[in-house]
Design a protein around this ligand. Structure first.
Ligand SMILES: Cc1cc2nc3c(=O)[nH]c(=O)nc-3n(C[C@H](O)[C@H](O)[C@H](O)COP(=O)(O)OP(=O)(O)OC[C@H]3O[C@@H](n4cnc5c(N)ncnc54)[C@H](O)[C@@H]3O)c2cc1C
Length: 732
């Protein structure tokens, strides 16, 4: 018999979520090597990194000896080697997206500059990892492995140089000022290249000894763009430049370097072919950065999730202790609860927690998806190479696979076909990666501000427990580097319109509908309706025009495509959170360590899901309504006509204006189509000509919010008695 049937209050959250809970939710319960990685990264984050922050290590722009000492910590704890293949000195076999995501999460729990410093080394090597030749991988990627006892080689420390001084590369990655020319080329010998590159904001540049730099040809004997590997010690100029005066991530090193170096052509990432005396790089710089960023951006998104979740405990501790020592004695609400007596303070913390959970769920789902996709992508590349399929021929094959995948989805069948499996996952990865980078960091930065505000004046001091003030500002960098939000929105606006993604999205709506039946408390019902509303709007704008007859869905119309991209992110994050809570409920029961508190945690997370789904639904409703109605022109925009609308609202029953409240579309169309009893006949303000489906869904969406505030009240109540530690487990 459940608690309700027995007349007892259902169990609620007893303690903050443990590692066992996270391992189930983020699906690495059976991966012991990842448990170990999490523990060692946590040791570094909450030990040396936290001590350095607490000691004021963030107060300088220079790359100091203290900051440099963290590199050794990363090496000794296994953080550096986590990205490497076992044969290169690493210890994790297979794809490592989830591993690196967990690592970034743990480090960023304390300081995202530290996380960035460690990950930028991987970013510097990523062009070689993704597209390098075997010899390049052997030399540079394996060279990044920490030295074993007795070894005397110089360890590779890498940086990635794409961004250039204004007015060159930034968001627009094609405007390359960096140039490559042939410096010397003796007949039959390897060409020697002259590489000129200036960088702006290059991470790790205070100490890196290898740089992968994006450059364009300035020589008729070299075709197009490429990335080139530069080494400290190459003949010419290797100027690290001045440190950037950052307000953020000060535990990483960022400089504006200048290079003018001679390097052999074998340093072109991925190699080259010679044709009629012209060097043709096998990969353009765009090919390479696309392959690199689509993985590394996920880890950046998770850095902001870690910040939000790391804020929960310090805020609770602060709130509860706020009034101790005043008039209240132990045992009184004032003494025990402090600010937690106030509903708003609790509700805001619930919102922060829910946003943190949803963003972590989305980020880890994206990381896992790339772990699935990586081997398929390699198989696909091998398949194409064996069949000698390139360019149009390869595109045709992928197109065939896409059509087959669509057919399979329609008929609810699966396939073992390599390309079909690849295109299906790839269409999801193309959405989940930018969605997680965009939403986790952008909305995360906004929510971090909320967390800071809950700490009162302390929030904006260096002494703030959990370093929340710094984390707020840091979140803005995470929203900016590796492509700011505009870049992610651009990419999403293309990828979210892919039929194959949309076909899977439709199935997700059904999935949420069915979950809503089984677990109404999750808010899956509101989410499913919001998903339908979003899909309706996307379909609508693809053929609709604005009041002047201009197309709404167009790449230049960012006022339409970007908000729709944002709205999608809310849906994806809330959906994934629900799925993770279902996973916890389903699999958690099998873990004896969770026997005691599982039900309470599941109940609490279910309420958080409801809160987040309602918030997502509200956001989607607002965005979609603005787009659907906002591009129509009001017929007569004067006080008189608006007064007429108000009168009409009074005259018309609610059922008449908002169809779906009673399921009656007829009453609505009486008003909207004929305008018989309405003075604002053809006007879009109440005469929704042709938009009945939208209006009905939107009204339904409001109804689906039933219970969401009760869920928030319950979650808020849980926060007043959840057990915390006496103090944070890292210094302040
Ligand atoms: C601390 C730090 C570390 C960094 N590390 C590295 C590194 O290691 N390697 C590296 O190569 N780079 C690095 N960067 C650079 C970073 O990736 C760029 O700053 C970022 O990509 C944005 O480029 P930008 O600053 O030139 O912005 P801009 O290109 O000037 O864009 C500014 C803003 O204009 C708007 N905008 C621009 N283009 C569009 C568009 N097409 N549509 C709509 N809006 C648009 C957006 O709001 C955008 O945020 C780092 C930056 C910082 C601050």
């Amino acid at each position: 018999m459940n608690a309700l049937a027995e007349g007892k209050a259902p169990p609620s959250l007893a303690t903050l979520p443990s590692d066992d809970i996270r391992q189930i939710m983020w699906r690495f319960a059976d991966r012991y090597e990842l448990h170990m990685l999490v523990q060692s990264a946590r040791g570094v984050a909450r030990g040396p990194v936290a001590r350095l922050v607490a000691a004021g290590g963030r107060n300088s722009h220079e790359w100091t000896a203290e900051k440099n000492s963290l590199l050794q910590q990363y090496d000794e704890s296994g953080i550096t080697a986590a990205a490497l293949e076992p044969e290169q000195g690493g210890y994790i076999a297979g794809p490592k997206n989830l591993a690196l995501a967990l690592l970034a999460f743990e480090l960023a729990w304390v300081d995202a500059g530290a996380a960035t410093g460690s990950l930028a080394g991987n970013l510097g090597l990523a062009p070689i990892h993704e597209r390098g030749t075997p010899a390049q991988r052997e030399k540079y990627v394996a060279g990044a492995a920490p030295l074993k006892p007795g070894e005397s080689r110089k360890q590779v420390r890498a940086a990635f140089a794409l961004t250039e001084p204004i007015p060159f590369v930034g968001v627009e990655t094609k405007m390359l000022a960096g140039k490559v020319r042939v410096a010397d080329w003796t007949a039959g010998g390897e060409p020697l290249l002259q590489v000129e590159k200036r960088g702006r904001f290059i991470t790790n540049m205070g100490f890196a000894n290898v740089v992968t730099a994006a450059v364009d040809s300035d020589d008729a004997r070299i075709k197009g763009t490429c990335m080139v590997i530069l080494e400290e010690g190459d003949p010419g100029i290797w100027d690290r430049g001045t440190p950037t005066k950052k307000l953020v991530h000060q535990l990483s090193s960022t400089n504006d370097p200048v290079f003018n170096l001679k390097v052999p052509a074998s340093r072109i990432v991925g190699g080259y072919t010679l044709k009629d005396g012209v060097i043709i790089p096998n990969f353009s710089h765009s090919d390479i950065i696309e392959a690199v960023f689509r993985r590394t951006r996920v880890t950046v998104g998770l850095m902001t999730s870690a910040k939000l979740l790391s804020a929960v405990e310090p805020v609770i501790l602060y709130q509860r202790r706020r009034f101790r020592g005043g008039e209240g004695a132990p045992g009184t609400p004032r003494y025990e609860l402090g600010i937690q007596q106030k509903e708003d303070a609790l509700h805001r913390l619930v919102d922060i927690w829910a946003a943190g959970e949803a963003s972590a769920s989305l980020g880890f789902a994206a990381a896992r998806l790339f772990d699935e996709l990586d081997p398929l992508e390699k198989e696909k590349d091998t398949f194409f190479a064996e069949k000698k399929l390139t360019g149009r021929a390869a595109f045709k094959e992928l197109n065939r696979a896409q059509n087959e995948a669509l057919e399979l989805l329609r008929s609810n069948k699966t396939s073992d076909d390599l390309l079909v499996r690849f295109v299906m996952l790839d269409s999801l990865a193309g959405v989940l990666c930018p969605a997680c980078k965009l939403w986790n960091t952008g909305n995360g930065a906004t929510m971090m501000r909320e967390a800071v505000s809950l700490m009162g004046g302390y929030g904006v001091t260096e002494e703030c427990p959990g370093f929340l003030g710094q984390k707020w500002m840091d979140a803005q960098l995470e929203a900016t580097y590796e492509g700011p939000e505009a870049v992610q929105r651009l990419q999403l606006s293309v990828m979210m319109a892919n039929e194959l993604f949309l076909a899977q999205f439709r199935l997700w709506i059904l999935e949420m509908r069915s979950l809503a039946g089984e677990r109404p408390g999750t808010g899956a019902c509101a989410l499913a309706t919001a998903m339908r509303l979003w899909l309706w709007t996307l379909n609508h704008v693809q053929s609709a025009t604005d009041a002047d007859g201009s197309k709404l869905y167009h790449k230049t119309r960012q006022g339409v495509t970007f908000p729709l991209a944002d709205a999608l992110c809310w849906l994806l994050a809330a959906r994934q959170f629900i799925l993770d809570v279902v996973e916890l409920e389903t699999k958690g029961a099998a873990n004896p360590a969770l026997a005691d508190g599982l039900d309470g945690t599941v109940n609490f997370f279910t309420d958080l899901c409801h809160v987040q789904s309602a918030r997502a639904a509200g956001e989607v409703g607002r965005v979609c309504a603005e787009i659907v109605h906002g591009y129509n022109r009001h017929p007569v925009w004067d006080e008189k006509s608006c007064q007429a609308c108000y009168r009409a609202d009074e005259l018309t029953s609610l059922e008449g204006v908002i169809p779906g409240i009673d399921g009656s579309a007829r009453a609505y169309s009486d008003v909207s189509e004929t305008g018989e009893d309405h003075p604002c006949k053809a006007g879009p303000c109440v005469g929704f000509g042709g938009l009945e489906g939208f209006v009905r869904l939107r009204a339904k969406l409001d109804g689906c919010l039933t219970g969401c505030r009760l869920a928030k009240d319950r979650a808020a109540e849980s926060l007043t008695h959840v057990m915390t530690r006496e103090a944070l487990d890292y210094p302040v």
